[in-house]
Design a protein around this ligand. Sequence first.
Ligand code: NAD
Length: 394
Amino acid sequence: MIIQPKIRGFICTTSHPDGCEANVREQVAYVKSKGEISDGPKRVLVLGSSTGYGLSSRIVPAFGCGASTIGVFFEKEGTDRKPGTAGWYNAVAFEKVANEQGLYAKSFNGDAFGHEMKKTVIDTIKEDLGQVDMVIYSLASPRRNDPDTGEAYRSVLKPIGHSYTNKNLNTDKAEIEEITIEAASEEEIDQTVKVMGGEDWKLWIDAMADAGVLADGFETVAYSYIGPELTWAIYTEGTIGGAKLHLEETAKAMNARFGDGTAVVSVNKALVTQASSAIPVVPLYISLLYKVMKEKGTHEGTIEQIQRLFADHLCAENGPTLDDKGRIRVDDWEMTEDVQAAVAEVWPRVTSENLMDVSDFGGYQKEFLKLFGFGVDGVDYAADTEAERPMPSA
Ligand code: NAD
């Protein structure tokens, strides 16, 4: 079929398998261009491995360290009548390229929050790899069902304690508008922690430890975000920030059980992903940030961020460099004073009329389409393509 983008709000409902494969190959080529990362993990489990930070977190250990990888995600497979999700095609492409280069790769599509997926993955590790050296937790989801009670929890992106009004970019209409978000209820605050906090991360690590599939000295990493003061009310000090605090507390509890340096939270840069495009205010901040960082030559995508995370921190001879709260900061270049001052200077004067001049919204739009495999150089979008792409390891 011929596949074209169909954008609905902050989601694109179609995706292009060949574009997704080209994206994966581009990330692999970047990692290879940086050379081998010494002392890297050799057996890695990545939870949320199909898109965004998780996809790059699978590509870096595989192609930078020669690691065998298992990936878990929640995606839709394409059929001969309907394209699948980008994450499905990314995972298929990942396995294809890994196989071409003689690397072990298996992928599991389903609910990572459930007991069943944990059991399937643990059984596979036992059978194929024995143990893993690293577990990367990169799930981003709007909902989670408690695996014991079946109760459904939903995460919300709301401020805590007071309503919040700020500029917002309507990415559909390319217009700046004002947005007011009401404060979250106690129930919403708790539910967001249930979905995006560390509870499920801990369930994975506990289940794997009990099953004996974690190697001595294993490491586990989860991702967080801080960002500038202008988004704190909606992010860091909002419901999602509460969940991220819980993630950090979970890391501390894991270190108490398994030893210091086992679990770490890495604070990453704001980037266009399927998860971040759903957060109010953040797409405008990203559009301004991209312009400033591209001009300074410090702009990075997920692959550059995660390559740096592995090379400079996780696999560094003296271990990771941590901030005063025990976190890795690969958001360091985003948070430099000059970058933040430049964004803060433009923020009050950005309008619908000057959006394209003072921000990199053009770059944002390109990146957004690229997430779904569109607008990728070398891909013929007028050509017929096969939407049904089976997982090589299935
Ligand atoms: P993303 O939407 O690109 O990826 C989410 C992944 O989770 C996908 O692989 C998806 O299939 C998987 N997933 C969702 N629900 C699942 C389920 N029930 N079972 C199995 N898999 C499931 O998101 P992202 O932006 O890469 O976010 C990953 C992490 O990075 C999050 O913790 C996020 O807060 C953090 N982070 C993101 C940014 C950013 O700007 N995007 C910045 C810093 C930190």
